[in-house]
Ligand binder design. Structure first.
Ligand code: NAD
Length: 477
């Protein structure tokens, strides 16, 4: 049977102009690292070097914290309405530059342009608009009559949603009157540096936002710096633990947004076609590089075969390839190191006896790629059911009763998110009361909104970002 093929629909790269080298953004200016060190950032889809970026050492972190400290008294003394104006201005500039920023994000990260354009960038602007609105209303937020900012916030973020994680961190920090030093991930520094230019364009006072690029050592120097009052970290549980040890016993306030291994639970009364879309969105969105990804599918035994058949048919239609093509559903894996981790864990899945399946799918010959993958015959003891893979890999388990679904869903050291698919409202509430997860979606998945708090339990971390709750992390409340 002949089918219609998609014509290529590439988004133009011409909207971005990537400088061959980038400096650190400290005290309102760009400068090289004190010791002149640099690292390269590559496009994971083509392995092309995109730019050389300054690699901040301890002296640079020191300078950035000093700049943030110097800017704090004036920034925190501004009336909230004035701080709000800067945030509104930044939000509008982000919207004006959204096409350029989406292309830059896709180039540096490997995510499909459809997602950076339609999900990441609109949410980035929405976060700034939302927290701009809070800046002059903090005394009504429920944290006392005159809530005070903490001071200098050290913020370390991962590579999966580079600009969105920056927005989650910087918008509430500035709205509450703090100044920040942010370290983006080493594989995705470019949109944060472009954001620094937007801060300049918005006339933000020098030192209120500082961006230091580098690796884990830069991050460790930043969170350990004694001039920092608040540490906000998003990343792996392992690094989160190390940071909690560093911060323990100091006056620094800490929030940790860590990993996850979410259960997406489908009952036999769920609309199955809709559930299949939700399962696909839950694990293949952003190549599965999502902390709250629905990486464990728990399906009721009576509909398991039917659901799996439909899921495989749907997976066969996913288009994997050039992230800049507007038809692409699944882009490149962010780095060679992440690809190696996904390969190691999926090999362990097979070795432990789970059955592996991927649709026929041709992968590009350069860059880092992994086909959408499904594991059936998975037990709760398998590594693919326990460890965060952070890739396009779904582990399928079955259950018979709601109690069994709850027990299996909660059988994880993590507790970030969960999904429930059923027609019965009473069952949604019954399940939600028993699931140990910070965010629970019903009959949908991976829905984000700046007004809604997000965060985890247990090894997924503590503290909340987003919504009114997200203000608390930056207030002396
Ligand atoms: P990672 O922990 O390796 O790195 C995250 C950031 O921390 C990077 O900027 C890195 O340079 C820095 N870093 C590394 N070692 C450090 C140290 N010792 N001290 C200070 N900073 C250090 O994580 P990753 O691989 O970049 O990101 C993937 C992880 O992030 C996954 O586990 C994912 O679940 C998690 N994540 C969580 C959320 C959430 O909101 N809970 C959101 C996105 C990602």
């Amino acid at each position: 049977m002949s089918t219609f093929e998609y014509a290529p629909a590439p988004e133009s790269r011409a909207v971005v102009d990537i400088a061959p080298s980038h400096g650190l953004f400290i005290g309102g200016e760009f400068r090289p690292a004190a010791d002149g060190k640099v690292f390269k950032t590559v496009s994971p889809a083509s392995e092309e070097v995109l730019s050389e970026v300054a690699w901040a050492g301890e002296a640079d972190v020191d300078a950035a914290v000093a700049a943030a400290r110097a800017a704090f008294p004036a920034w925190s003394a501004l009336p909230g309405a004035e701080r709000g104006k800067y945030l509104f201005r930044i939000a509008r500039l982000l919207q004006e530059h959204s096409r350029e920023l989406a292309v830059l994000e896709t180039l540096d990260n490997g995510k499909p342009i459809r997602e950076s354009r339609d999900v990441d960038l609109p949410l980035v602007a929405a976060h700034f608009f939302y927290y701009a609105g809070w800046a002059d209303k903090l005394r009504y937020a429920g944290f006392g009559d005159a809530p005070r900012p903490l001071g200098v916030a050290a913020q370390v973020i991962p590579w999966n949603f580079p600009l969105l994680m920056l927005a989650w961190k910087i918008a509430p920090a500035l709205a509450t009157g703090n100044t920040v030093v942010l370290k983006p991930a080493e594989t995705t520094p470019l949109t944060a540096l472009r954001f620094a230019e937007i801060c300049v364009q918005a006339g933000l006072p020098a030192g209120v936002v500082n961006i230091v690029t580098g690796d884990g050592a830069t991050g460790a120097a930043l969170v350990g710096h004694e001039g920092v009052d608040k540490v906000a970290f998003t990343g792996s549980t392992e690094v989160g633990r190390a940071i909690a040890r560093t911060v323990a016993g100091t006056r620094k306030k800490l929030t940790l947004e860590l990993g996850g291994k979410a259960a997406n639970i489908v009952f036999d009364d769920a609309p199955l076609d809709q559930a299949v879309e939700g399962v696909v969105n839950g694990i293949f969105f952003n190549q599965g590089h999502v902390c709250c990804a629905g990486s464990r599918l728990l399906v009721q035994e009576s509909v398991a075969d039917e659901l799996l058949d439909a899921l495989k048919r749907r997976m066969a239609t996913l288009r994997v390839g050039d992230p800049l093509d507007k038809n692409t559903d699944v882009g490149a894996i962010n780095s060679a190191a992440q690809l190696a981790r996904i390969e190691e864990l999926t090999a362990a899945g097979e070795a432990e006896g789970a059955e592996r399946w991927s649709p026929p799918c041709e992968l590009p010959s350069t860059g880092y790629w992994f086909a959408p993958t499904l594991f059936t015959g998975v037990t709760q003891a398998h590594r693919v059911a326990r460890e965060e893979i952070f890739g396009p890999v779904l582990s399928v388990l079955t259950f018979r009763t709601p109690d069994e679904a709850v027990a299996k869903a909660n059988n994880t050291p993590y507790g970030l998110s969960a999904g429930i698919w059923t027609e019965k409202g009473s069952r949604i509430l019954w399940m939600a009361n028993r699931l140990r997860a910070g965010v629970i979606w019903s009959n949908t998945f991976n829905k984000f909104d700046p007004t809604s708090p997000f965060g985890g339990y247990r090894e997924s971390g503590y503290g909340r970002e987003g919504g009114r709750h997200g203000l608390e992390a930056y207030l002396d409340a």
